[in-house]
Ligand binder design. Sequence first.
Ligand SMILES: Cc1cc2nc3c(=O)[nH]c(=O)nc-3n(C[C@H](O)[C@H](O)[C@H](O)COP(=O)(O)OP(=O)(O)OC[C@H]3O[C@@H](n4cnc5c(N)ncnc54)[C@H](O)[C@@H]3O)c2cc1C
Length: 397
Amino acid sequence: MSHDYDVIIIGGGMVGGCLGLALSQSSLRVAIVEAREFSKKQSDSAGKRAIALSWGSRCILQQLGIWQQVNDAAMAIEHIHVSDKGHFGKTRLSADSQNVDALGYVVEATEIEAVVAGSLKQSNIDRLCPASFLDYVVHDDSADVTISLDGNEKTLSCKLLVGADGGLSKVRERGIFELKEYSYEQHAIAGLIKVESDVHDVAYERFTSEGPIAMLPHFDGLYSLVWTMPSALAQAVMQLAEDEFLDRLQSRFGQWLGELSLLGKCQTFPLSLSHVPDNTAERVVLIGNAAHQLHPVAGQGFNLGLRDAAILADSLMSKSDIGKVLEAYAKHRQLDQALITGFTDNVIKLFSTDSALFSVVRNSGLLMLDNIPLMKNQFARQTMGLGSRLARLKKVG
Ligand SMILES: Cc1cc2nc3c(=O)[nH]c(=O)nc-3n(C[C@H](O)[C@H](O)[C@H](O)COP(=O)(O)OP(=O)(O)OC[C@H]3O[C@@H](n4cnc5c(N)ncnc54)[C@H](O)[C@@H]3O)c2cc1C
């Protein structure tokens, strides 16, 4: 039986877009269905969020042939400094000790989306946009996917449907997937910060009793802030006058970067953990935020989703039977997804409490990490996105 497409990807965000790019290296017929035009997304302030890319993600973007363009808009992280307010434990990871040029990179989400969208335009992938996924039905040898395009309903057939439609995934909702959800009842305040210090290659993770603070190097001597705290407190902090806001931030973050000042307005994001442990079903798979949505402070969400996309592309290019593709995909992704989801959740819970017992555990953990090179290397590998099997995509460009 002939199908309209081999693969239909719902969602052309960073993860769905990268899957499309990876598959453009194959002879598979692929369509991406995206609800929002790129020009409209660009004006969203949420798109300005800084994404910390791991070394592993750099390797995948290189294989997709877009690393050079992403790198033009990126800042390198050469050191990661982890500390706990009011306690003695701290640790530093460095690129030198890991024998890499950088531990990771920081890029605005819209910059990555712009590069991906530009490359997709020049590829053989059909991009249906603005078009919205409505529903799907699975048959023995195909899936029928109904979308709304130009105000009309249209049904397309494919061998595999991929849900890359983000945290509120409709593909997930229409399927038989079990979503496990946990709300941290926290919000993250994100914004750009001017710093007094001329240190510009260090990323800071600072844990406080109210929640963690991440400061990532950004362009032009700026730092990108992700400051997490209980939701009600975040609302109150957002109402503070600028000098009160900065006093509070400075007292929580400390003097690692000298005096801090604000550039523009901050945004808030609600924080939750949601994941679908079993994210493959007959002729359907969920990837990226549709499969797992993590707390942003650990900077792992997109990195994890990009590895989903790379491994799925790898499986699709090496096997023709969709059952075998999904089996191989699940086998290679389950451990990494479970590890990163569990790791992020444990770190947030461990570091977001002021209990004396937890504070002893986390401080001894940080000190041990600093003093035992093997543990530090393992932690660095996980943070750099090298803890799991990497995909073997063809190199292009
Ligand atoms: C403040 C903050 C900081 C973060 N920092 C980091 C970081 O440092 N490092 C990191 O790795 N991650 C970070 N993340 C997480 C990262 O942003 C996400 O993991 C990533 O954006 C997920 O990409 P995605 O493509 O899976 O989903 P999305 O980016 O949500 O894309 C989904 C796409 O699907 C489309 N869509 C939705 N519904 C439909 C439909 N019905 N039909 C058609 N299209 C549809 C949407 O328009 C969208 O384009 C951060 C997140 C936040 C909020």
